[in-house]
Design a protein around this ligand. Structure first.
Ligand SMILES: Nc1ncnc2c1ncn2[C@@H]1O[C@H](COP(=O)(O)OP(=O)(O)O)[C@@H](O)[C@H]1O
Ligand SMILES: [Mg+2]
Length: 249
């Protein structure tokens, strides 16, 4: 079995005149937690959308577990072992927390006996056991994040894509979700690709970072290398500093 789980080869996406993702390539090895960093509009979510064929790339290839994903429908990709969470939480309204997780486990990948027990086990793992029968629309933002993660895990993925799991959360919730991700990674030998903006938690979580700006990979390296990289400072950290100055003024 190859150590490379996911290979992205020169994927490209245009939306009309906007070149949102430009010839992005990357290799993700089994068991890694890799961070995708970049300012708003850099093309991070579009990249995730292309990994799951939610939006098929215009050009380039995505190879997962040695298999090309070209033409494979998103629901089929889940059964191959890629699951994702969304930047904006999307529970199935009208379903309970437990039912939401059960929906995530439908499909040929997952054994159908004992589904309920395993869904409860997942809820326990993410800290939502007590809210199993709560309607999902009543959850707090932090709990919705947990639900999203549990639902994605119900598909028993090898690769988990997390799109801004800390968005909209306060610092104690960020810490809790962060340690949950760390724990899941350790327990399930998951490979994780993580998009985030919250630099500090992000850098503590990931072993490697790929930085994007205007749809292009501008840097790749360890967290320490990335925060010191001139193009990253210019593209991302510079903008934050500008923003901080702006707020102070
Ligand atoms: N479905 C779409 N149609 C048109 N433009 C889009 C679409 N999705 C994203 N974009 C544009 O592509 C660029 C990259 O967006 P996105 O991938 O969401 O960035 P990020 O997640 O890094 O903030 C942005 O300029 C965004 O407005
Ligand atoms: Mg995004």
């Amino acid at each position: 079995m190859s150590s490379v789980l996911l290979e992205v080869d020169s994927v490209d996406k245009r939306f009309g005149g906007l070149h949102a993702v430009k010839q992005v390539s990357m290799q993700i090895r089994r068991g890694e937690i890799v961070g995708i960093l970049g300012p708003n509009g850099a093309g991070k979510t579009t990249l995730f959308n292309m990994l799951t064929n939610f939006i098929p790339p215009d050009n380039g290839r995505v190879i997962f577990n040695g298999q090309s994903l070209q033409g494979v429908k998103p629901h089929k990709i889940v059964t191959l072992g890629i699951a994702r969470t969304f930047q904006l939480c999307r529970p199935f309204v009208g379903l309970s927390v437990l039912e939401n997780v059960l929906v995530g486990s439908l499909g040929p990948r997952v054994r159908h006996d004992g589904l309920g027990d395993r869904a409860m086990q997942l809820l326990k793992q993410v800290g939502l056991e007590a809210k199993a029968h709560t309607p999902s629309e009543l959850l707090s933002y932090g709990d919705l994040r947990r639900l999203e993660i549990a639902r994605a895990l119900a598909a028993e993925p090898e690769l988990l894509l997390l799109d801004e799991p800390f968005a909209g959360l306060g610092s104690s919730e960020i810490e809790a979700i962060s340690s949950l991700i760390r724990q899941l990674h350790a327990e399930k030998q998951l490979t994780i690709l993580l998009i985030e903006h919250k630099l500090r938690e992000f850098m503590q979580l990931v072993s490697r970072v790929i930085a994007l700006d205007f749809g292009e990979v501008i840097a790749e390296g360890s967290p320490a290398e990335i925060v010191a990289h001139p193009r990253v400072i210019e593209a991302y950290i510079g903008k934050q500093t500008e923003m901080a100055v702006h707020h102070a003024a």
